[in-house]
Design a protein around this ligand. Structure first.
Ligand SMILES: *Cc1c(COP(=O)(O)O)cnc(C)c1O
Length: 457
């Protein structure tokens, strides 16, 4: 036993040292994926009856495995939607694990859930949704969207018994995130995609609804608008769409998984006007609210409807006599039962830094997109595809083929310099391959942007 204790102390120190080193390093090595066979050759068999020991396992992690991962918080990682968790949030993620809290029920998680809910109150306040609106932290935007869609569908079915026999129909645009389509399959619902990657207007939505045959109109139960498309940062006409949904009595969901952080940014808040009318909203703190993976959130105008759809009604909960045991049960409002108290890292970081620091850090992402836009316009070989929106910039290198973009991405990544990937932008009937920046990390500098652009010239 004595040896085991020493091993444990050493392992703990190693892990803490590594964690501290990692979060204080603002320029981590930009790892590159390797084939499975190659990794297998490098690390061998790690799961054995006797165990290979913490020292050896950790060595394999440091020297091989982590190098085959891409740190999403690298200041020149501008692909997909990057992330940039605060040090406070990462450290509190360790505390969240160490505390071993079952986050499904207030009975066991009260203190942790209370803290999560304080952070949630701030998120809800950003949306301007009315008194009574509230939400819950999920594993991500996909789970948040699914939870909202199930709630919308169950509500629709509760309105009219014939709806239970109908397959539901939702409307969104092709600018919506792939998870909307994927989750529509999960709930066996059809989805009508309006063919625009640009702003979806209320008028366009009304036209599409008006043209629906009767039997289609009868099974339409929800519209999903996007509050910051993942590809281009475009915010749909939320006010216009809210009006149409109100008039037609259709559930109005706003997917702001990426863009939701920008609700805190005064410079762009007006673009989200109308979000306060939503029946449900998705926001991913692990995208633009500086939380470590994974942390999403779903907010409902009327949480009781979510409870009707999701509550697993554990009857054994009633046995607790303790007054304090009765409170908000996160499992009632989304698809997951046993859950990590995954809003805790966000809570600690918000409590430590204050919401003003969050505002500033988010505004910086928007400012970096504007700066990048100006730099692009100043290079004759480069051209903006559209004005930067939120923290996304779409631009083209004149004369480049799709292969040129792929090669450029590959070379910058192989050199450990940057990860910037091309994307496709639809205009009319054609898809064009273009380059894209998405800024999240406030530590990205103007020099970083200039250096990346230089590699295209
Ligand atoms: C990223 C994203 C999602 C999916 O969120 P996950 O956290 O990856 O599950 C959904 N919608 C939008 C708009 C997104 O940007």
């Amino acid at each position: 036993m004595h040896n085991i204790d020493i091993d444990l102390v050493e392992m703990t120190l190693d892990v803490m040292k590594y964690a501290i080193g990692r979060i204080t390093n603002t320029n981590p090595e930009l790892g590159i994926p390797k084939k499975e066979e190659e990794l297998k050759k490098l690390v061998g068999e790690t799961i054995t009856p006797e165990g290979i020991g913490g020292e050896q396992a950790f060595k394999l992690w440091r020297e091989v495995l982590v190098k085959a991962t891409v740190p999403i918080d690298h200041p020149r990682h501008l692909a997909f939607v990057p992330a940039s968790p605060t040090r406070a949030a990462v450290m509190f993620d360790l505390v969240t694990s160490a505390s071993s809290i079952h986050g499904a029920y207030w009975m066991e998680g009260a203190g942790g859930i209370f803290a999560e809910n304080q952070a949630m109150e701030w998120l809800v306040s950003l949306t301007g949704m009315p008194q009574g609106a509230f939400g819950v932290f999920t594993s991500g935007g996909t789970a948040a969207n699914l939870s909202a869609m199930v709630t919308a569908r169950e509500y629709w079915r509760s309105l009219d018994s014939t709806n239970a026999q109908r397959k539901g129909l939702m409307i969104t645009s092709i600018g919506a995130h792939s998870s909307i389509k994927a989750m529509a399959r999960v709930i066996d619902t059809d989805i009508l995609l309006i063919d625009t990657e640009d702003i979806l207007s209320g008028d366009r939505l009304a036209e599409v609804i008006n043209e629906l045959p009767n039997e289609e109109r009868e099974r339409l139960f929800a519209v999903v608008a996007t509050g910051g498309t993942t590809n281009a940062g475009i915010i749909d006409d939320l006010n216009g769409i809210a009006k149409v949904c109100g008039k037609e009595h259709i559930w109005f969901h706003v997917d702001a998984a990426y863009g939701g952080g920008a609700l805190a940014a005064d410079s762009v808040r007006h673009l989200f006007n109308g979000i306060e009318h939503a029946d449900s909203v998705t926001i991913d703190p692990h995208k633009w609210l500086f939380s470590p993976y994974d942390c999403g959130a779903v907010i409902y105008r009327n949480p009781e409807l979510a409870k009707k759809a999701h509550s697993q009604e554990g009857s054994y909960l009633d046995i607790f006599k303790d007054e304090g045991a009765h409170g908000f049960n996160p499992s009632d409002y989304q698809i997951q039962l046993t859950r990590r108290v995954r809003g805790l890292p966000l809570w600690f970081s918000l409590a430590m830094h204050g919401t003003d620091r969050y505002k500033q850090a988010i505004e910086r992402g928007i400012e970096l997109a504007q700066i990048a836009g100006k730099m692009i316009e100043s290079h004759p070989e480069l051209e903006l595809v559209r004005d930067p929106s939120l923290s996304c910039v779409l631009f083209r290198r004149k004369g480049w083929t799709p292969e040129d973009y792929t090669h450029w991405t590959y070379t910058n990544h192989q050199e450990g310099f940057a990860l910037v990937t091309p994307t496709k932008w639809k205009q009319g009937a054609t898809y064009e391959t273009v380059s894209r920046f998405c800024f999240i990390n406030p530590d990205t500098t103007e020099a970083d942007i200039e250096a990346i652009l230089k590699t295209m010239l």
